[in-house]
Design a protein around this ligand. Structure first.
Ligand SMILES: [Zn+2]
Length: 73
């Protein structure tokens, strides 16, 4: 199963790759989507940069998974 970016609909094999893509892109639409899900893009990014492991990626990957049904063609 492929996962799509809820913002630009780009496809990836794993939800973690979508999360990485969202952080890596970081433009206004992608930041806005993260905020619309109740998370602070900056806080997640800082946590990822300063904390151990992939916690922020994993949080965002889960949100990406939960949002797949909302993506319209
Ligand atoms: Zn995207």
């Amino acid at each position: 199963m492929n996962f799509r970016c809820p913002v630009c609909k780009k496809q990836y094999v794993t939800s973690l790759q979508v999360a990485r893509h969202i952080f890596g892109t970081g433009d206004k639409p992608h930041r806005g989507w993260v905020e619309s899900k109740g998370y602070s893009f900056i806080d997640l990014l800082l946590e990822q940069a300063t904390g151990p492991g992939n916690k922020s990626y994993e949080i965002l990957a889960k949100v990406v998974e939960e949002s797949q049904a909302e993506i319209k063609d």
